[in-house]
Structure formats: structure tokens, C-alpha cells
Design a protein around this ligand. Structure first.
Ligand code: NI
Length: 215
């Protein structure tokens, strides 16, 4: 079976399909789509209020203004976040994630200190060396996977949008206000604009998969 690496040419924004080789295993190259997942500390539902979800969407905007990336899909779940994005130019996944996580974390800690200090012990992290700190996010970078085929990209976008339905939080993906599902359905840009134009289209080659996705 022929696999293909999906990359985006930064010059003309076109899709490049190159035969699968070992070199596809590169990790963080601008132009390559990434599927990212990260969780709240101890998987606490720290993102179950509109307030913290707003911080999250604003943090994504902030990260975009610092390092360019195309945003293809996202979902903010009560205790975790999925993002599908494509770094542009010299943007790096690590710095994009740092900006997003730090922004949310700072605002959350500030809010808690001022409004709900009794909650702080729940997010106190004691490291093996005894150092104590408050953590909004689970330690470590989370999960980062390259999406290497058009099929893979569309499957993951669908998976991301289905998250709240699978969890029975809503009936249809677009009913969940905190994902890109309704922006995809309506071509709108609320609460965040999505770069649909750069998402590769499923071709006839993927027709069987496409019909699966429509079901
Ligand atoms: Ni999930």
C-alpha cells in the first residue's frame, strides 16, 4: 500500500504528496499537520466553565499572533483539548503549545487566587524534590502525532468534532460551542476562524473513506 506524506509548501500554500519514506518520521517541520492532545492537571475538569474556555480560545489567538499556524480543527473538552494545526514559516509546535498553556494557566491561577483560593490545594503539585507549584496542565508535552495522509487528516477532524457527542454532552457536533464543528458546518469563524482553505480535499482515491465519513 502506498502511503503518502502530506506537507504544505509554504511558498504557494499547495499540498505536496511525497512517497512514504523513513524521512517522513521527521517530527516538527513547518508545513506538516499535527494532531495535538493535552490534558488538565490530574485530568480535573478545569475547562468546564465558559470562563476558562474563553481563556483557551483567546490563548489560541495569542499563539497565532506570535507564531503563524493554520488551525484546521479543535475541541475544548472539560478536562482536555485536541488541536489539529499546521505550523507555518519557522513556527515550532513546542513554542505554540507553551504560549497557549502558559496564557491559560496564568489567567486561571490569577482567577483562583482572587476568587476561589480554597480550590488551589487541588492543583498543587509536589515534585520529587519537594518543590511545590500550582499546575493547570498535566505535566509533560501531551500527545503529538503527525498526520501523514489526507484520509488521516479527515478522520482526525471528524474524531475531534465527535468528542462531545461521544461523551454525550451534546447530540450533534455543531451543538458544542467549544469546537470548530459549527465553524466547519457554517463556514463561520466563531469562536475562532478555521483555515479550511488549506485543508486538503478528499479525492476519488479516498472515496470509500469519504462515504464512511458521511455516515
Ligand atoms: Ni478527546
Amino acid at each position: 500500500m502506498l502511503h503518502a506524506c502530506v506537507g504544505m509548501s509554504s511558498r504557494d500554500n499547495s499540498i505536496m504528496l511525497t512517497p512514504h519514506r523513513k524521512t517522513c518520521k521527521r517530527y516538527d517541520i513547518p508545513g506538516e499537520p499535527h494532531f495535538l492532545t493535552f490534558s488538565c492537571f490530574k485530568r480535573l475538569p478545569l475547562l468546564n466553565r465558559d470562563r476558562s474556555r474563553d481563556w483557551m480560545t483567546q490563548a489560541i489567538r495569542l499563539a497565532r499572533s506570535k507564531a503563524p499556524f493554520d488551525l484546521w480543527a479543535y475541541v475544548i473538552m472539560p478536562e482536555h483539548v485536541h488541536l489539529i494545526l499546521v505550523p507555518r514559516e519557522d513556527a515550532r509546535i513546542a513554542s505554540i503549545l507553551t504560549t497557549i498553556k502558559q496564557s491559560v494557566s496564568k489567567r486561571a491561577l490569577n482567577w483562583l487566587k482572587n476568587n476561589s483560593p480554597e480550590f488551589l490545594p487541588q492543583i498543587e503539585d509536589v515534585q520529587p524534590n519537594g518543590k511545590r507549584s500550582f499546575r493547570f496542565w498535566q505535566r509533560g508535552g501531551g500527545y503529538d502525532r503527525n498526520l501523514r495522509s489526507v484520509r488521516d487528516i479527515h478522520e482526525k477532524i471528524r474524531y475531534v468534532h465527535q468528542n462531545p457527542v461521544t461523551r454525550e454532552l451534546v447530540e450533534r457536533p455543531s451543538d458544542w460551542e467549544w469546537s470548530s464543528a459549527s465553524a466547519w458546518e457554517s463556514s463561520g469563524d466563531s469562536p475562532l476562524p478555521i483555515d479550511r482553505k488549506s485543508v486538503p480535499v478528499l479525492t476519488n482515491l479516498d472515496a470509500d473513506i469519504a462515504s464512511d465519513l458521511m455516515q
